[in-house]
Design a protein around this ligand. Structure first.
Ligand code: GLU
Length: 292
């Protein structure tokens, strides 16, 4: 495979990584469509991963319904679907690698002890007497971790100020989202991440883990999220309705319009393949709306 000067594969690899906590809603359809078009418009590959890392949050049947809806949307993925629930060995290897360089430490604090601010470093230099290890945290420092987002521009955080040493293995033994995401994206050779801007504040933590693990850094594009009439981001928690397979053409048309690529009005109701074929040669990531 050929590489450009940044070391990225010349063929872009994008992905969509839904958590199966319910059916797709219009906001997640927008993220799926944007990442699909962004990869495919450049002749790239597009992968599907089911982020079923957190069984307590999972809804039975949601993963299959999501897959069915993506089919109905015409968003065909390459290769096998990756399930995070089957990737435990890769995560254990990454935790061992972090441990080997002294980047992690066991923490005995409960959420209530830490409070809402950054982690105060209580167990950083060893568990205080009488505390037993609950979670595993990764050390952060005072470096500014920044990146150029393709939509939002420069974005940076100091992790010591923002969150402090953060959890990579939870008290219930489950691997934290940030670790799983960087391990999986690197294993799949993902070069281009396109996802909702609600995830941008988690990106510096992911860059920190990539650096510690010696993994390549993909490019990032955090697109504006869809909001309801009250201005609240669509989510399961906000009561956003699910997009079922039968509604795929309407949902796709609306997603393209949201992304600044509204097909001509006579194309409303056209089959999904026609809508995607219309959008592919026109695809460009749009800047966020003024005021966002
Ligand atoms: N599974 C995550 C979610 O549904 C997204 C992961 C990602 O795109 O990095 O919020």
């Amino acid at each position: 495979m050929t590489s450009d000067v940044t070391g990225h594969a010349a063929t872009p690899v994008g992905r969509f990584a839904p958590s199966p906590t319910g059916p797709l809603h219009q906001g997640s359809v927008v993220a799926a469509v944007a990442s699909y078009l962004d990869a495919r418009a450049r002749g790239g590959r597009w992968l599907l991963r089911i982020d079923d890392l957190d069984p307590p949050r999972e809804v039975a049947g949601a993963a299959d319904l999501i897959i069915e809806t993506l089919h109905a949307l015409g968003l065909d993925w390459d290769g096998e679907i990756v399930y995070q629930s089957r990737r435990g060995a890769a995560y254990a290897e990454a935790l061992a690698a972090l441990d080997a360089v002294g980047a992690t430490f066991p923490c005995g604090c409960t959420r209530a002890m830490v409070g809402s601010g950054p982690y105060p470093g209580t167990c950083r230099d060893g568990l205080p007497p009488g505390r037993r290890a609950r979670s595993l945290r990764v050390r952060v420092d005072a470096d500014v971790i920044g990146f150029e987002d393709r939509v939002q521009g420069h974005y940076a955080q100091r992790l010591d100020v923002e969150c402090g040493d953060f959890i990579v293995r939870r008290a219930d033994g489950l691997v934290a989202y940030h670790l799983a995401v960087v391990v999986d994206d690197a294993a799949a050779g993902v070069t281009d991440i396109v996802r909702g801007v609600d995830l941008i504040d988690s990106t510096p933590r992911q860059l920190h883990l990539q650096r510690l693990l010696g993994l390549p850094r993909p490019s990032y594009a955090h697109i504006d999220v869809v909001r309801d009439a009250r201005g609240v981001k669509l989510s399961k928690q906000s009561g956003a309705p699910g997009v079922l397979p039968a509604a795929a053409p309407v949902a796709l048309y609306a997603a393209l319009a949201f992304l600044g690529h509204a097909p001509p009005s006579e194309a409303a109701g056209a089959p999904v393949r026609e809508l995607l074929d219309w959008a592919l040669p026109r695809w460009a990531l749009t800047a966020p709306a003024a005021g966002d």
